[in-house]
Design a protein around this ligand. Structure first.
Ligand code: XUL
Length: 573
């Protein structure tokens, strides 16, 4: 039966698709529609949602394609019978760091949207540059070096902005943009992030940046919660800081701020209620932590093509290898993030090698052999306490955590002597790689999150309370078991079975909270009261196992030494 109560839309404008997901006040999903950029877009020759200029390591997306997608997704929801007049609030999530450049006509064109024409027809002319640099862009090494050096070094930049300079971060991207495209930069009246671009179109005026997503720019001072003057001035170059600040706009601190009512275009074309409220859209990672009432000490691990580790924490402990963002809804909390390039592909390569070796599943995508071999292998590949521990690094793609070229390295580690040896002596490859690769990915997470976890029970060492797995790998119970053995998880390891929808769901929940909260009520409190744990999550592994957890505490020391050694070797090459 169609829902009669208030409804909320969460959009997810990600790299390869736009999704619109509708929930009711009780958080149940009632509609969902998708637009796949490669398959569904007309007139854009994108691959995996983007265009590339390999010579300059540029990756970018045509903004007009996103406008086409927004009309299409809304039309699909209408065709599904969604009663738009019940929608009280709309929020969204955008791929992080991407920037959109509006020209001097943008405000008028946004305001004057006419229901008789598409968004693409009307707003393409509002852009001073037709493309949005994508988070996979790697064209800004020079600008990153300059950003890191400006405040002293990468530690200092991380201390101030929550992250060292990264190619994809918007500050280095804007710096390169103003140098490479001076005319377009001068014609730019406002700059949006992908998230605030989405809110702008819905609102019919340029929307401010979101308080969490703004931290993905290397321009925001996390502790002062304002623009860092030195960084903005440097980024603006000869055009001046005041001018750039005008382009960036003011940033409200409330992630649930009511930005305004939806533009009449959407009322007339799709049947939205004129009072429907637009809320700030945030980044896709901050939105993902809103897909459940994540408590401090809970961790989310996304096991997709890449690996992402997310925590909500009251502590700000920046480091060049990690990221801190303002929490998207809750002042006083931060989102901690580790963002790797490698993950699923590396595990699949080991799986395929094992299937080839065993023969029974040659050429298949089955995980049966991998899982069995991994669970039969002892912790750290150590059959007896006197054997060395086996550990490795598996990077089919260049990695960012740590910053290393693609490659594979194998080591034996003797914990008593704290000795490392680069060797495959004693390894039965590729079988021993099954446990070693999953351990390697999890040990890296344990190493880098160790300062954020605490003991939540007497006598139990510091570790996450719960580990939630999302993404493709989250359905694999064997991987979940090893993840729990390495990372811990006092209450266990859970899969959040929302498929690829976590991010859109988080955006829709944010809209529910922003509209229905009582004064001062936190997101965690409101969503926590409505969230039905037994329907939304499943416990898939026990988590903390004292003996294994202690052994991995020893292994993590060897792992850290191994990374340092490989980094040294590589820089000497
Ligand atoms: C995070 C990042 C990616 C994108 C993906 O820093 O760059 O996770 O947000 O859309």
């Amino acid at each position: 039966m169609a829902s009669q109560g208030p409804l909320y839309i969460g959009f997810d404008l990600s790299t390869q698709q736009l999704k619109g997901l509708v929930v009711a006040s009780d958080l149940k999903v009632v509609n969902i529609a998708k637009f796949d950029f490669d398959v569904d877009s007309k007139g854009f020759d994108v691959k995996k949602g983007v265009l590339t200029n390999e010579a300059e390591h540029e990756v970018f997306a045509p903004v007009a394609m996103w406008l086409q997608a927004l009309d299409n997704v809304l039309q699909q929801l209408k065709d599904q019978g969604l009663d738009f007049s019940l929608v009280q609030g709309v929020s969204g999530a955008g791929q992080q760091h991407g920037s959109v450049y509006w020209n001097g006509q943008a405000e008028d064109l946004l305001k004057g949207l006419d229901k008789g024409k598409s968004l693409e027809e009307q707003l393409t002319a509002a852009l001073s540059y037709p493309y949005s640099p994508n988070w996979q862009d790697a064209s800004t090494q020079k600008e990153c070096d300059e950003f890191d050096a400006l405040l002293g070094d990468e530690e200092k930049l991380a201390q101030v902005t929550g992250s060292k300079a990264h190619h994809r971060f918007t500050g280095p991207q804007i710096l390169r943009f103003q140098r490479k495209h001076p005319e377009e930069y001068q014609k730019t009246s406002r700059i949006s992030l992908v998230s605030s671009f989405l809110a702008s179109v819905l609102l019919g005026q340029v929307a401010p940046f979101d308080i969490s997503d703004v931290c993905g720019m290397n321009l925001w001072d996390m502790q002062e919660n304002c623009w860092n003057e030195d960084l903005v001035k440097f980024c603006a170059g000869k055009y001046g800081a005041d001018e750039l600040k005008r382009k960036l706009g003011d940033v409200p601190h409330d992630g649930g701020l009511h930005l305004g009512k939806i533009h009449n275009y959407f009322v007339e074309r799709y049947g939205f209620h004129p009072k429907c409220t637009i809320l700030p859209s945030t980044g896709d990672n901050p939105s993902t932590i809103l897909a459940l009432p994540l408590r401090p000490l809970d961790a989310m691990v996304s096991l997709g093509t890449s690996t992402t580790f997310l925590m909500s924490t009251p502590e700000y402990k920046p480091d060049p290898s990690t990221h801190f963002f303002n929490h998207p809804t809750t002042p006083g909390l931060y989102m901690f993030m580790l963002c790797y390039k490698n993950g699923g592909l590396a595990r699949e390569q080991v799986r395929d090698a094992i299937n080839d070796k065993i023969g029974s599943l040659k050429g298949s995508n089955s995980w049966d052999n991998f899982d069995r071999v991994m669970l039969e292998t002892a912790v750290a590949g150590q059959k007896t306490d006197t054997d060395p521990m086996k550990m490795g690094l598996y990077f089919p793609r260049p990695e960012i955590v740590p910053n290393l070229r693609n490659g594979e390295w194998h080591f034996n580690y003797c914990p008593k002597k704290k000795e490392l040896q680069e060797t495959v002596d004693g390894w039965d490859r590729p079988l021993d790689d099954a446990r070693a690769i999953v351990e390697s990915q999890m040990l890296s997470l344990r190493l880098r999150s160790k300062d954020l976890v605490h003991s939540s029970k007497d006598g139990v060492p510091a570790q996450p309370r719960r580990v939630y797995l999302v993404g493709g790998g989250s359905r694999n119970r064997a991987i979940a078991k090893v993840a729990g053995e390495v990372l811990g998880g006092v209450e266990g390891v859970y899969s959040l079975d929302v498929g690829e929808n976590a991010c859109a769901l988080g955006a829709a929940y944010k809209a529910v909270w922003a509209i229905e909260r009582s004064p001062g009520q936190t997101f965690e409190d409101l969503i926590g009261k409505r969230w039905k744990e037994d329907e939304f999550i499943e416990k898939i592994a026990d988590g903390y196992q004292p003996a294994a957890f202690d052994k991995y505490g020893v292994a993590v020391e060897g792992f850290e030494m191994m990374e340092k050694q490989v980094l040294q070797q590589e820089s000497a090459r």
